[in-house]
Design a protein around this ligand. Structure first.
Ligand SMILES: [Zn+2]
Length: 94
């Protein structure tokens, strides 16, 4: 029967989609980049480091996305704000 063959092929694709959906639920626990690298002071002149936390919209990446701990997020925010004043980083994306 040709019907049985088509059925098994159709069954395969939703199973694959389901597996992908489950994987997105189990996100790997994020570790604070600064804690891992043992960076205590975040310098506002370190544009390369700061720009990693500013995606294209020029907004500071929230903690829940970046995984940065509260202490470092505060320091990071301060550093980004200082860098913005000095025009090292943009306020808004253009
Ligand atoms: Zn940290």
């Amino acid at each position: 029967m040709t019907n049985g063959k088509a059925k098994s092929a159709a069954r395969r694709s939703p199973a694959r989609a389901d597996r992908g959906g489950r994987r997105s639920l189990f996100r790997r626990r994020k570790v604070c980049k600064f804690c891992a690298d043992k960076i205590d002071d975040i310098n506002y002149k370190d544009v390369k480091l700061l720009s990693a936390f500013i995606p294209e919209r020029a907004k500071i990446l929230p903690r829940r996305i970046s995984g940065t701990c509260a202490t470092h997020q505060r320091k990071l925010r301060l550093a980004i704000m200082r860098a913005r004043i000095l025009a090292l980083l943009p306020y808004i994306a253009d």
